[in-house]
Write a protein that binds this ligand. Structure first.
Ligand code: PRP
Ligand code: URA
Length: 215
């Protein structure tokens, strides 16, 4: 069975998204363009991931007549980027829902073991009542994604969705086995991980490319 043969692993396939992810991968894409693309990709992925938002009817007066029409109900969304690279996706998501709260989870991968280490977590209040969207461009071994979800659950979050740009099959499997009920939105599913747990073909180190910290 393919890992994408489950309703909660959603591999997006819009041609605009594919095009932008291809540009993102190119090694000659500089910091400025890289940031812009990550933001645009977040808008496209967010548009799909937010499809389930609840609406309520309000009365509006058009120039023709009065009608009951839908608006998004409540303002209980929270976007949580995994630092650092997830930060690049926040502005795109906020363009879609400017009123959303933003929490932050800081994790870095140990260069040798590839295990994630937590260094920061700050979430808005009433996280248990909010719909939480975790943002990280890269899902490689799945370790960081799993730790972020664990942290959120420990702090009371109940309704969580994960959005990444590029995923490795290994990471998708690990994530989905740990959290089969959490929808996982993927922009592109790559071939595999290399010996350094980098995604192939991938785009290299997303955080370094967003923040211009490449060695
Ligand atoms: C990257 C990426 C993910 C993680 C994915 O972050 O943004 O958070 O690696 O790898 P995993 O699935 O194997 O855990 P990194 O730890 O490099 O930190 P950075 O964003 O600060 O560069
Ligand atoms: N983190 C990244 O930024 N890129 C990868 O390919 C794997 C983990």
């Amino acid at each position: 069975m393919e890992i994408t043969d489950t309703p909660n692993v959603i591999l997006l396939d819009h041609p605009l998204l594919k095009h932008k992810i291809t540009l993102l991968r190119k090694k000659e894409t500089g910091t400025n363009e890289f940031r812009r693309l990550v933001k645009e990709i977040a808008v496209l992925e967010g548009y799909e991931a937010l499809r389930g938002l609840k609406t309520e009817l309000i009365e509006v007066e058009t120039p023709i007549e009065t009608a009951k029409e839908p608006v998004i109900s409540g303002k209980k969304l929270c976007f949580v980027p995994i630092l650092r690279a997830g930060l690049g996706m926040v502005d795109g998501m906020l363009e879609l829902v400017p009123s959303a709260k933003v929490g932050h989870i800081g994790l870095y991968r140990d260069e040798t073991t590839h295990e994630p280490h937590e260094y920061f977590c700050k979430l808005p209040g009433n996280i248990e009542d909010r719909e939480v969207f975790v943002l990280d461009p890269m899902l490689a071994t799945g370790g960081s994604a799993k730790d972020a979800i664990k942290l959120l659950k420990e702090r009371g979050a109940r309704k969580i969705t994960f959005i990444c740009i590029i995923a490795a099959p290994e990471g998708v499997r690990v994530f989905h086995e740990a959290y089969p009920d959490i929808p996982l939105y993927i922009g592109a599913l790559d071939r595999c991980l290399n010996e350094n747990a980098y995604i192939c073909p991938g785009l290299g180190d997303a955080g370094d490319r967003i923040f211009g910290t490449l060695k």
